[in-house]
Ligand binder design. Sequence first.
Ligand code: GDP
Length: 357
Amino acid sequence: MTDHTHADTLRTPIVAVLGHVDHGKTSLLDTIRGSAVSEGEAGAITQHIGATDIPLDTISGMAGELIDPSDFDLPGLLFIDTPGHHSFSTLRARGGALADIAVLVVDVNDGFQPQTEEAIDILRRTGTPFVVAANKVDTTPGWNPQDGEPIQRSMDAQSERAKSMLDENLYEIIGQLSDAGFSADLYWRVQDFQKNIGVVPLSALTGEGVPDLLTVLMGLSQRFMKEEMAIDVTGPGEGTVLEVKDERGFGATVDTVVYDGVIRNGDTVVVGGQDEPIVTEIRALLRPRPLAEIRTEKEFEKVGEVAAAAGVKIAAPDLDQAMAGAPVRVVRDRTVDQVVEEVKAELAEIEVETADN
Ligand code: GDP
């Protein structure tokens, strides 16, 4: 554990989007990113390796009347970009402890499907707080779309018939959540989000209900995760491997989500490997080049350090045996052996969890 006694800063909560194939995970992320960018502010979003950072100001612009930004002191939300991606399924199989909070996307017509059940099992096992995005409300027969509006406004614009058809589907999902052992309700009826799962009806296609989802995610994080978000931004970096990738000129690299401390170029790191932990020294920390500079032939830019929460590509020797889902730890203030033991222990714990499942 990191010592949280000094230099604490509130970091951005890490959000994962899970759900059955075709239920709309990618579309939802695209819509969130797209409407953030169309808010028009410079710095509306920051693209990380494997993640997108949406600052509070941008979220507040998107959520409009639903959010008063002065209620929050968390800096925003960091969305992991690769839903249902092969590495993410490995990650989920390994314990999925990567995200602070999750969005479970369920097609409102289709209800629970095998990968919904699988995702729920992982969320339960890892104790990850989540909200349900009941997606594709616009496919309700007779729907009158209200692009980008909060869901109550959108509901007010629907016929009684459309509303009752949607309600029927929503209650079906609430019933399925209950069968899975989670007491749930439409999010505006939930009093205590620690006891009940909030269901947010929305459409990734029209954007209606998306302001509500962002509001609920900010609210949940602020209320229940603030303490966990307090980190020592100067402490040794800790992260999780999202993906191992060969990059021309760098060899094997690990795309990493950093959830604690700071990682600096030149740091010695321990990375979970297929046989044993890999001890190596960082040769480069890489981030996506800003859009404005995309014309240069290089995809990445080198940075001197990254502080949590962030997605970053780490280039270092000997990373070809690294594993998606494995821990990454900076060696600082401790010996290499201590950190290696810590990584081993963490991997063993993950294997036990997986075996139990
Ligand atoms: P994923 O596999 O969960 O990432 O699902 P996708 O985001 O790729 O979506 C699967 C299909 O559903 C695509 O054809 C999307 O255009 C469509 N889709 C996603 N969200 C919505 C929605 O809210 N409304 C409608 N009508 N279609 C949607």
